[in-house]
Design a binder for this molecule. Sequence first.
Ligand code: HEC
Ligand code: HEC
Length: 274
Amino acid sequence: MKINLSSDVVNQLSLVGAAAIIILTVYVAGKYIKQMKTDTSTGELAEENWDGIGEYKNPVPTGWIASFLGTMIWALWYWFLGYPLNAFSQIGQYNEEVKAYNAEFEKKWQNPDHDTLMAMGEGVFLVQCAPCHGLDGTGIEGKAQGFDKWGSEKGVLETIQKGSKGLGYPMGEMPAGLLSGDDAKAVAKYVAGGMKGEKPAAFATCASCHGEDGKGLGGQAPDISAYGTPAFVIDVLNRGKQGFIGTMPKFNDGRLTEVQKKAVATYILSLREK
Ligand code: HEC
Ligand code: HEC
């Protein structure tokens, strides 16, 4: 790589500084060597002495003070204005390039159709999710959530039976076994169906935390009216989950773009047993 000295004021200042240090060193060393040849020490001795070694009461040399203060100012400038915080960095360049690339990617896939989402989602799934959820998405025998059930009526039933925890909602954990039998089944069907149609009476148990409309009382609990939709999966991806089976990391750190989240959500929801 060619270094362009004129493009960077810090490089220029460093060069000037280096030249100044060399010139000063040569000059001062020369001066003292010459002085050592001709001078005999003179001046008033200070009172203290250390085993007979005394010290002259000479003032601090102006040059020394100037360079001492100069170094301090330089150090402050360097830390707070110069290189470390405000200059070119490869990491910064990398981050900017990733951002620009992602913006272009998002623009290109602004309105992907279902097939595109499925293809993209499968790709993302195989790289990011399959290591824990298994190539077929069935959860590697209970090591992670199985997508054959999750997001469907059976998923809601399982949640009612076993409870749920780890998404980090203010309300905390959902207790196990709130309903059973036909009540549980009716509610599971209603929730998995997008909460359309007639509301089963037993849903009152759920409404105390999720709200009559299921939307989660303004962020206190998950919006279960969106259960089984990409929006719910995206919420999980952004939160991560420290659940009963294990821990799933958050995917909100820029690893996946918004389109990729939607794509992988569409893909895993397609794995549900019909
Ligand atoms: C005590 C409050 C409370 C009650 C009552 C409650 N829930 Fe929940 N529910 C929660 C909380 C909190 C979560 C998020 C738990 C987590 O972090 O995984 C949750 C999560 C869920 C989920 C998402 C599970 C997942 O896999 O992501 C579903 C579905 C759900 N509840 C359905 C219901 C149904 C149906 C009922 C009624 C039988 C119900 N809840 C009753 C608090 C409650
Ligand atoms: C490091 C392992 C790991 C990775 C990687 C991972 N998951 Fe998970 N995931 C888990 C575990 C473990 C659970 C079950 C948590 C629990 O309920 O105990 C889970 C649960 C889930 C759930 C159910 C959440 C709920 O509320 O019950 C969804 C949806 C999910 N994962 C989607 C994904 C997707 C999509 C990806 C890829 C982008 C992914 N996961 C990557 C480990 C992982």
